[in-house]
Design a protein around this ligand. Structure first.
Ligand code: ADP
Length: 487
């Protein structure tokens, strides 16, 4: 791997605690492999609960001074980190593609997206402001101040190995908090490279700590982090199932929680939609990262008048998708992350076909072997099929037709999830009504891409709690304190 990097020292296999690169106390490591070819790419320190305690202690100590820095001081250091990330985009993208599988161009896009949160919250660090409500007592004054919540924990997934980390730690750091991060076991290398750049930027020891661990030790570390009374906030992105476990584990110490869990995004094409634009949006929303994002369109509802045209154009459009290893030039879709992911996609497609769905395109493993799966479109999908209510996390687009707006919106809202939703229409009244009616945290109107640092990202229902990014993202990491001042 080092040979593929301009700066080989960005390749780290040790964990990062209190500004020091550390092996696990047990001396054990776990393997990180390339999903495109199963090659071993790293042996990373496999930490456990004891090291988690050390990281919490380091973060607790660092908090005492970091919280007292001015917002401007924190902003300046974060800005240096942002600049270093941008300057090392190519190496970070290479590491990400090797461990995660997404095409290099998508990885570079994620580096920019991930870095944008550091830039954004560095700026926000200077603008935290309390308030002075008018007192109802003539002899007293009321003051509301905002203060950092304390030591925070971030547990992150493999689908966005950099952005899911920066989206959490940038607002935490900007607010004056310190953080312990447990990156996904499948993609720890990107996280460790970020830490190396943080150190070079002059971020003091203990502000950012990274605990690397395999799946089993991640569970043990999770218990320690959740049980700690020192940790005041836990931010998690991942499955709803694990989110529930962490929420329960945090109950005894009453931690503040930010949970960004599963989604099952509906994508509605109304009869007045610009069909070509809808196809472009559908491609971006469905097949990015091989369909492995929590905001990927999961169910397409297309008005019966434009159904056939949409399906035909969509099927033609996906022919340009080029499958392959993410490091190869021209590749636009990489492998799925692991065999279990492939098995789930196959199960969803088989279930749909057995219940009467029509295969429009794809529908099978790619000839490339491994975990490569062809971009797939199914039509004549019905609500009894697994794919319409379980998150697929793969490159499969199930299409249903509808006859009225009410029907489309009712079907779209029929989900335990409430993260992203999308629709295409040019009618202003319909747009307004649909945007209001969709029970989702995010609505993409005539747009298949919705994520950026300025918009609040997060879901309703069982998709989670809290919002990340935007002017609201910082509030997660700030507590309000009300001071009543007698004159
Ligand atoms: P995904 O479905 O995206 O793999 P998971 O929810 O399984 O998502 O994992 C997301 C993150 O949560 C990973 O960092 C993983 O190691 C961690 N994780 C999984 N199970 C637990 C658990 N019981 N306690 C703490 N962390 C966990």
């Amino acid at each position: 791997i080092r040979n593929l990097l301009k700066d080989p020292s960005l390749f780290k296999e040790e964990a990062f605690i209190n500004g020091v690169w550390v092996k696990s106390l047990s001396g054990k490591t776990f393997e990180v492999t390339n999903p495109a070819n199963n090659d071993l790419i790293g042996n990373v320190s496999n930490l456990g609960p004891q090291e988690a305690e050390l990281a919490i202690a380091a973060a607790e100590q660092a908090f005492q001074s970091w919280k007292n820095r001015t917002g401007k001081e924190r902003a300046n250091i974060m800005r240096k980190w942002f600049d270093l990330i941008i300057a090392n985009t190519q190496d970070l993208a290479t590491l990400m593609t090797l461990e995660q599988g997404k095409p290099l161009i998508e990885s570079a896009g994620e580096v920019a997206y991930g870095a944008s949160f550091i830039e954004w919250f560095a700026e926000e660090a200077k603008r935290v402001a309390g308030s002075i409500p008018t007192s109802t007592w003539s002899d007293k004054r009321l003051i509301v101040m905002k203060q950092p919540i304390g030591v925070c924990v971030a547990i992150t997934p493999w689908n966005f190995p950099i952005a899911m980390i920066t989206r959490k730690i940038a607002p935490a750091m900007a607010a004056g908090c310190t953080i312990v991060i447990k990156p996904a076991e499948l993609t720890p290398l990107s996280a460790l490279a970020l830490a190396e750049l943080a150190q070079r930027a002059g971020i003091p020891p203990g502000i950012i700590n990274i605990l690397t661990a395999d799946a089993e030790q991640s569970i043990a570390i999770g218990k320690t982090l959740c049980a700690s009374p020192v940790v005041r906030h836990l931010s998690f992105t991942g499955s709803t199932e694990v989110g529930r476990i962490l929420m329960a584990q945090c109950a005894p110490t009453v931690k503040k929680l930010a949970l960004e869990l599963g989604g099952h995004a509906p994508f509605i094409v109304f009869e007045d939609a610009d069909i070509d634009a809808a196809v472009t949006g559908a491609m971006a929303s469905k097949y990015r990262n091989s369909g492995q994002t929590c905001v990927c369109a999961n169910r397409f509802y297309v008005h019966k008048k434009v159904h056939d045209e949409f399906v035909e154009k969509f099927a033609k459009a996906i022919q340009v998708i080029k499958l392959g290893g993410g490091m190869e030039a021209g590749v636009t879709q990489g492998p799925l992350i692991e065999l279990a992911a492939l098995a789930k996609v196959e199960r969803h497609v088989a279930d749909a076909l057995s219940k009467g769905a029509t295969l429009v395109a794809g529908g099978k493993r790619s000839a490339l072997g491994g975990t490569f799966y062809e971009p797939t479109i199914l039509s004549n999908v019905t609500n009894d099929m697994l794919i319409t209510y379980e998150e697929t996390f793969g490159p499969v687009a199930p299409i249903m037709s509808f006859e009225s707006d009410e029907e489309a919106l009712r079907l779209a809202n029929h989900s335990q999830f409430g993260l992203a939703s999308y629709f295409y229409s040019r009618d202003i009244g319909r747009i307004w009504k649909a945007a209001e009616a969709l029970e989702y945290g995010i609505v993409g109107v005539n747009s298949g891409i919705i994520s950026n640092e300025a918009g609040p990202f997060g879901g309703v229902k069982q998709s989670g709690l809290g919002r990340e990014g935007s002017a609201y993202g910082m509030d997660e990491y700030l507590e309000l304190k009300y001071v009543c001042l007698g004159l």
